[in-house]
Write a protein that binds this ligand. Structure first.
Ligand code: ZN
Length: 390
């Protein structure tokens, strides 16, 4: 077994509050870490580092945990740049635009979809994302949802069945019939390829009763629930997620005091997706208010062709800081450990002994530069070697 010593890390973000400065980021300076068999084997200072088979000198740069992007919709075809341009010229965003992508996705071959996902996963990796959750939701037939998840599964364990994204055109006169399809044959076909089940709980998509029914059907098939909620306006989704004890509820843009209190009480992660507000020119969620109320906040890209066609977690961090009142440390934590919490993955988003050695070398002296230098490609190297099994 070969070991790798990474040393002269100017600033190491461990997200382990038991080391370093004792903050949630667990910051160490002139730090080092040892990687063995794909896992972090040791963390400390360069001066105290043990010997290893190979040595890499980082030259004073910062190292942060790999980003955990807990919300993306990568299995799609087509291009909605014209819709984006129209929106920037004053047209409002509505959930119905999803149907444009559904038509293009249904028409694509498996191979085209797989190539498309691979391209986006690679694009994410180059920007420091080491774990990505991928949803279905642009097929909306039994066959198309199952194949979307089968393709997604070849890229990540964190796959989410989102048959309840929007009621497709052919069921517009029979939404109850569509819910029966989603909770019946579609779920049967999707479940073997999915870890999660999700519902777009929003006016124009699915109401709280439908969401409750769909999540219950998923749970009966072993899928854990998550929700898209309170994106376009106030609604019951966030409180439903808290009542059901879901790991995360995503968007959380339009919240009242009861929603915020429910999130704090339940421990459900509020996943904020500022790429959406940026790309739809909408008011941002109140990250500051959530954090001050004791809510656990994650940041994710929501990478999708309609409302947020960015794959960049550094952009989300910059938006979290500039537009949502987060400190740079809070935003980085939300994009790493927060994402791991949102996926119920205690092993990820942290550089502590035993954790997968998923980390990013920044061409910068500290994590502050992620927000301080928006739009600059600071990700120099990404380590995400697989952890051997068995
Ligand atoms: Zn989404």
């Amino acid at each position: 077994m070969t070991s790798l010593l990474v040393r002269h890390i100017g600033e190491l973000v461990t997200n382990d509050p038991s080391v370093g400065d004792g903050s949630p980021l667990g910051l160490l300076t002139d730090a080092a870490l040892v990687v063995e068999a794909g896992r972090v084997a040791w963390v400390g200072t360069t001066a105290g580092a043990p010997d290893a088979d190979a040595v890499q000198d980082i030259g004073g740069r910062a190292v942060v945990p790999g980003f955990v992007d807990s919300h993306s919709h990568l299995v799609f075809a087509g291009d909605r740049s014209a819709e984006f341009a129209a929106r920037m010229a004053g047209t409002a965003y509505s959930a119905g635009g999803i149907r444009t992508t559904v038509a293009a996705t249904r028409a694509a071959t498996d191979e085209q979809l797989a190539v498309h996902v691979a391209r986006h996963v690679d694009e994410m990796r180059r920007q420091g994302t080491t774990t990505v959750e991928i949803k279905s939701g642009y097929g909306l037939t039994v066959r198309d949802e199952a194949r979307a998840l089968a393709i997604a599964r070849t890229f990540t364990e964190e796959t989410t069945f989102l048959g309840a994204h929007v009621v497709p055109e052919e069921y517009s006169a029979d939404p109850a019939g569509y819910v029966a399809l989603v909770t019946g044959p579609m779920l049967d076909a999707a479940a073997p390829h999915a870890r999660w089940i999700d519902v777009f709980c929003e006016t124009g998509a699915f109401d709280a009763d439908q969401a409750r029914e769909i999540l219950a059907a998923g749970r009966a098939r072993g899928l854990a629930g998550r929700l898209h909620a309170n994106q376009l306006g106030p609604g019951p989704g966030v409180r439903l997620a808290c009542e059901l004890g879901l790991a995360a509820v995503d968007h959380c843009t339009h919240l009242d005091d009861r929603d915020v209190a429910a999130l704090a009480d339940a421990g459900t992660v509020a996943t904020l997706l500022p790429g959406v507000e940026f790309s739809t020119r909408s008011p941002y969620p109140d990250a500051r208010g959530l954090l001050d109320a004791g809510v656990t906040v994650a940041l994710a890209s929501d990478c999708n062709p309609g409302s947020s066609y960015t794959s960049s977690m550094p952009l989300c961090i910059a938006l979290g800081v500039r537009e949502m009142g987060m400190t740079p440390a809070e935003a980085l934590w939300a994009a790493t450990r927060g994402g791991a919490r949102a996926l119920d993955r205690a092993d990820l988003g942290q550089l502590a002994p035993g954790a997968p050695a998923h980390f990013v070398v920044l061409d910068a002296p500290s994590h502050l530069h992620l927000a301080y230098r928006p739009g600059v490609p600071l990700v120099q190297d990404v380590y995400a070697s697989p952890v051997p099994t068995g």
